[in-house]
Design a protein around this ligand. Sequence first.
Ligand SMILES: O=C(O)CCC(=O)C(=O)O
Ligand SMILES: [Fe+2]
Length: 212
Amino acid sequence: MSISHQETCDILLASPRLQRFCTLLGEPEASDMLDRLDDELAWQQPRLRLYGQERPIPRQQVWMGDEAARYRYSGRTFTPEPWHAAVVRIRDTVIDRLAGNGVMASFNSVLLNRYEDGSDRMGWHSDDEPELGSDPLIAAVSLGAERPLRFRWKQGLGAPFNVWLPHDSLLLMDRGTQDHLQHALLPRRIPGKRISLTFRHVAASGGIAPTG
Ligand SMILES: O=C(O)CCC(=O)C(=O)O
Ligand SMILES: [Fe+2]
């Protein structure tokens, strides 16, 4: 039996809707994309002031998107990197897959995160900056090492839980998710690099708060 490319991996939460799709691009494209993004993007590791200390963030990142999707940080306005062809291809595949599942989405920017191994990480946050609109929809693509994204309820509505994100998976964090939940990529003893792409829609002259 062949596995349908439209396969839905699972609906993890009905409200707010959190849904994982287990095969986005298929092979060999997914592995090629991992290598291309790793090789061809201008990965950066900005320093952040956190708890009074300036440190490099524990991962690498690239902001990419439409020129209008600018963001402010530390009193400066940054223009995202122009769209890379490989990222456009992934973005459009995400939009198609979501549309095929009844979810209409458009994205004008993406944060790409590169985790060298399990010690690279991202701290607890919600992607709820005002510039992302009142109720953002965020689509996260994972390539490379499988790691869990950990979720916790803001108002203690339930127990924290892990969402394992395999290579070539897509996680839909639908509207409402950022209101009710925080997420983090915690350090784990998991070898291998991972690249994630979190697609968003930033309002013109918007901003993104950095996360430690
Ligand atoms: O790497 C991940 O899967 C999570 C990234 C994330 O939360 C973000 O980019 O806001
Ligand atoms: Fe996030």
